[in-house]
Ligand binder design. Structure first.
Ligand SMILES: Nc1ncnc2c1ncn2[C@@H]1O[C@H](COP(=O)(O)OP(=O)(O)OP(=O)(O)O)[C@@H](O)[C@H]1O
Length: 589
């Protein structure tokens, strides 16, 4: 209680002090300014306290004004003595320069760092798995936000990283992400730009050197209108993707021919671009093929997944037009974007791409002469004809369930002691030998016997699993990976594997059938309600207005949600009956 009284007393005393100071400030103003001016202010404001407040406000504003002016002049004068280069996020140079900066030794004066994890690059085929210790990423530090000093070739260079305030509300942050970008400014004292230009050039050269012979995969975040992520990795071996016989070679020669035909297109006034649609069940190698193709052709891949909401037409357009040169543009799950658009009409054009937006983006890719666009879908029947007409989509290729050629190929890929490129698989060696060493002849002979046995097993497997079983290459991959150490027992495991797949399919089909039934019931109920309403209105003598069937459209859209079971249902009784016999272009023969 005593403490409370003391504290209250102290607070009251402080308030009285502040009041005294304000009043004494007013008197000081009176003595500083002319009493006549003070009396005008007092007359206007009414009393001493308000007059003092008024003067404090004037002083505060003047201070801010003069401070800004002095800082402005200081910066203006300072800018006379240094040169700088600004690079904004969204340009490839931003990442190159970021990497360049993070490779510089950090000086002691840098006290604010940014840290990120970087995985060591693996030059092996990505399908190769090592049993070693769990790999850990490397920690990479770089100067964080603010201004820092680095040294390059003995010269002092200031590096300034700025991250714009992203705002608080959702709307703000979306706008800001598009308009305001992170930036890096490098500056140095003097009037000579050559050091800075050398740094920028060095950053670019280093990046190209690192990427040589590799595939860079660009992707983006929802709400971004530039390629915000770039991942460089060893190219996926072209032979590691196993497609129906002849399909890979056919596609490769089509693209190779296209890439050599710039003049041909130009002479005939045809836009120099080529579009491909890869369609088929999930897990048949559509994405893997595109990535492997890019590696084979020494191209990069720019992936935009239209199934993810957060992209609108404008962003898509900007993304496609700002794709780095020599890239394959990959639009994944085109059907998902359109279904979502229908289902979420309110947001159309804000957070979702529209059909016309996709069409305009495809037609308007002007930034890249010779662009190669791939679209993938699991549901070709849901695509609008306008999207897949020639000109936008020149080739439509079915990636179907595995055929005999693929089943054999997948089996050999996982079980043989050598990969398709002829390289030995280390885990098949019984002796402790490294792959770089000459392998012992005895060991070689043992592996030749082993491989001959694997070929026999592959033939047996082709008898047991057929195209009619509707197995995807991804499912085969999982199965062969599981049994890759036991070729002797793998054939016996096949019935169980097929049973498990059938069970999975049945579960998905039942789920879908139930969902369809539920949707049909809802639709019937809605129609009955509408009919009742109409009858009631007619009975009341009201004129009926023609009712658009927008609701129906929405319902239809929702009921068209993608599920993998579409394919399983269709495939019941054999996929050949569903898709018919297909030629290499995926068209019915
Ligand atoms: N034809 C194939 N050859 C080699 N590996 C394959 C093949 N098909 C699938 N795989 C393997 O299966 C996995 C999934 O493949 P991928 O993502 O390419 O399939 P997808 O057809 O693009 O699927 P989705 O339609 O769901 O996007 C990958 O690990 C890939 O290595």
């Amino acid at each position: 209680m005593e403490t409370l009284v003391t504290t209250t007393g102290t607070l009251l005393n402080s308030a009285a002090d502040v009041f005294d100071q304000v009043v004494s400030a007013a008197s000081q103003f009176e003595s500083t300014l002319s009493p006549a001016a003070m009396s005008v202010v007092k007359g206007f404001m009414g009393n001493d306290v308000l007059s003092a407040g008024f003067f404090l406000m004037i002083i505060g504003s003047s201070y801010t004004f003069f401070k800004d002016m002095i800082v402005g002049y200081y910066q203006e004068v300072q800018s006379w003595f240094y040169v700088s280069i600004v690079v904004q996020d969204g340009d490839q140079l931003y990442n190159w320069l970021s990497d360049w900066i993070s490779e510089r030794p950090l000086t002691k004066s840098i006290r604010h760092l940014s840290a990120k994890t970087v995985w060591p690059e693996n030059d092996d085929d990505l399908d190769y798995f090592d049993d070693g210790e769990e790999e850990r990423p490397k920690l990479v530090y770089a100067p964080g936000s603010g201004t820092h000093v680095l040294y390059h070739m003995g010269y002092k260079v200031s590096v300034s990283r700025e991250t714009p305030d992203q705002g608080t509300s959702n709307e703000d942050s979306e706008q800001n992400r598009i308009l305001k970008k992170d930036s890096i400014t490098i500056s140095t004292v003097g009037w000579d730009m050559s050091l800075l230009k050398m740094i920028v050039q060095d950053a670019m050269d280093k990046s190209y050197k690192k990427r040589a012979g590799k595939t860079t995969i660009y992707s983006t975040q929802p709400f971004d209108n530039y390629w915000s992520n770039a991942e460089t990795r060893a190219p996926r071996a072209f032979h590691s993707v196993i497609l129906a016989k002849g399909l890979k070679e056919e596609l490769l020669s089509d693209i190779t021919m296209f890439r050599k035909s710039a003049r041909w297109y130009h002479d005939r006034g045809i836009p120099y671009r080529r579009g491909y649609l890869l369609h088929g069940p999930p897990g048949t190698g559509k994405t893997s093929f595109i990535v492997a193709l890019a590696g084979h052709l020494r191209m990069n891949v720019c992936i935009v997944n239209l199934g993810i909401s957060g992209f609108n037409d404008k962003q898509l357009n900007q993304l496609l037009n700002s794709a780095p040169r020599n890239s394959i543009l990959l639009m994944e799950d085109v059907d998902a974007a359109l279904v979502k658009r229908k289902a979420g009409k309110d947001q159309e054009g804000e957070n979702n791409v529209t059909l016309s937006g996709i069409l305009n983006s495809l037609d308007g890719i002007t930034a890249q002469e010779g662009s190669v666009v791939f679209m993938t879908t699991n549901h070709i029947r849901k695509l609008a004809p306008a999207l897949i007409r020639p000109g936008r989509c020149d080739r439509k290729l079915l990636f179907d369930y595995a055929d005999e050629h693929q089943i054999r190929g997948m089996c050999l890929k996982f079980l043989l002691s050598r990969s398709a490129s002829g390289q030995l698989t280390k885990d098949r060696l019984t002796k402790d030998e490294t792959l770089s060493e000459e392998v012992d002849p005895e060991e070689q002979a043992r592996m030749d016997i082993y491989d001959a046995h694997v070929h026999e097993v592959a033939e047996q497997i082709c008898q047991k699993i057929t195209h009619k079983d509707s197995v995807t290459t991804a499912q085969l991959q999982a199965f062969f990976m599981l049994h890759r150490e036991s070729p002797d027992t793998i054939v016996d495991a096949i019935p169980g594997f097929l049973k498990e797949l059938a069970r999975e399919r049945a579960a998905l089909s039942t789920k879908k059938r139930l969902r369809r039934q539920r949707e049909e019931r809802m639709k019937a109920r809605k129609e009955a309600e509408k009919k009742k309403e109409k009858e009631a209105k007619i009975a009341a003598g009201e004129t009926m207005e023609a009712n658009g069937d927008e609701d129906d459209e929405d319902e239809e859209a929702t009921s068209e949600c993608n599920t993998d079971s579409d394919y399983y249902e269709e495939a019941e009784g054999g996929s050949a009956s569903v898709f018919g016999a297909k030629n290499i272009n995926g068209e019915a023969r």
